[in-house]
Design a protein around this ligand. Structure first.
Ligand code: F6P
Length: 365
């Protein structure tokens, strides 16, 4: 049966969004569906009486876009009316009513929401908004903080970007006999830091899930300096770590603590470069897998589901189960919203690999 399906990208961008949009649109059209793209996320959808969208056909799908980062549907303007600004200004009901009306005006049978932890947690909370259509989520984020999926769109490319960034830094580190403290994104979760640190051959990786002792980190660097005669290297610090008694950027705190021990260092912030970069092959393959699974879920009349990779296979899991499976915390940006994080589990195999490679990851027993 032919359906009218909208694709919407929301939340922070990452590389791989254009790949998944193109895969969904091309495969959806060839399977006989009418595919549209909502422009500017929920901002564009909720424009009064005039949702902002494009109809996909083979001409509106420039092939080169499929490998570029960002989203050519755009993710929305953080200053206009959206879940965050509406919650803060007490306009949640007006905003929700506009969203529901827009989906009715468009005559949608289904909405594919390509979103991160915040967007998918919000979709779970506000599922009544989508009661007249099918809602399917596709998990995308560099943070890898979405429960019940082994991977997310954008993660592999972010790790590649960070590895490339560290590859450049290590050369200047060697020239100047100094260490670089590189702060990664990842919000409350350390998976990006852990993976990037292993990929880059870092000497230490600090992440929110594992307690660490700054003196032991310093001793680790000193041991490399005296034992291996190497007075430079990379220390990866996840943005989500906290150090008791200190405030400010975690990488700067670590830098100061190491300087006190005469470990010469500089701090470096790759920032949004982690969300950029041409989409790597693993992310493109993932985009194809998830697009195929999302369209199949719509054809099977599923709703309030998220596609997820489990042991290499793409399946659907309910948004409610996804939310319940994580570490539930209040969202710092949206009053009243809780988000669910997938923390690095204590038995994650990469933790042992890191330790066996001589990388300091904190006081893991
Ligand atoms: O969730 C993705 C992410 O890139 C986080 O890793 C980071 O903390 C945050 O978004 C940055 O957000 P912004 O682009 O609003 O600064």
């Amino acid at each position: 049966m032919t359906k009218k399906i909208a694709i919407m990208t929301t939340g922070g961008d990452c590389s791989g969004l254009n790949s998944v949009v193109r895969r969904l649109a091309v495969a959806g059209i060839s399977r006989g569906h009418k595919m549209i793209g909502i422009l500017d996320g929920t901002d564009g959808l909720s424009r009064e009486n005039a949702p902002h969208f494009i109809e996909f056909d083979y001409n509106t799908l420039p092939a080169e876009n499929a490998r570029l980062s960002g989203s050519y549907l755009r993710n929305g303007n953080s200053h206009s009316l959206n879940f965050e600004t509406a919650a803060k200004s007490g306009q949640h009901e007006i905003f929700s009513a506009r969203m529901k009306k827009a989906m009715a005006i468009l005559g949608l049978d289904a909405m594919i929401l390509v979103g991160g932890n915040g967007s998918l947690s919000m979709a779970n909370k506000t599922r009544a908004l989508y009661s007249d259509l099918q809602l399917i989520g596709i998990p995308k984020t560099i943070d890898m903080d979405i429960p019940l999926t082994d991977t997310t769109i954008g993660f592999a490319t972010a790790v590649q970007q960070l590895a490339g960034f560290c590859d450049q830094l290590i050369l200047t580190a060697r020239s100047h006999h100094r260490w670089f403290i590189v702060q990664t994104m990842g919000r409350n979760v350390g998976m990006l830091a852990l993976s990037a640190g292993i990929a880059a051959g870092a000497d230490a990786i600090l992440m929110p899930e594992i307690k660490f002792v700054p003196e032991n980190l310093a001793a680790h660097c000193e041991k490399i300096q005296t034992g291996q005669g190497r007075d430079y290297g990379i220390i990866i610090v996840a943005e989500g770590i906290r150090i008791r008694g200190h405030s400010g950027e975690p990488a700067e705190i670590i830098s100061r603590l190491l300087k006190k021990r005469d470990i010469h260092n500089r701090v470096s912030f790759p920032e949004h470069i982690q969300r950029a970069g041409d989409t790597t092959a693993p992310d493109r393959i993932l985009a194809a897998q998830m697009a195929d699974c999302a369209l199949a879920a719509i054809e099977n009349n599923e709703t309030n589901m998220m596609v997820a990779i489990r042991d290499g296979v793409c399946k659907t899991v309910s948004l409610a189960d996804m939310f319940a499976a994580g570490d539930i915390k209040p969202d710092p940006n949206i009053p009243g919203l809780s988000v669910s994080d997938a923390l690095v589990p204590p038995d994650h195999p990469l933790l042992s690999v890191a330790m066996n490679m001589g990388i300091y990851i904190g006081e893991r027993k």
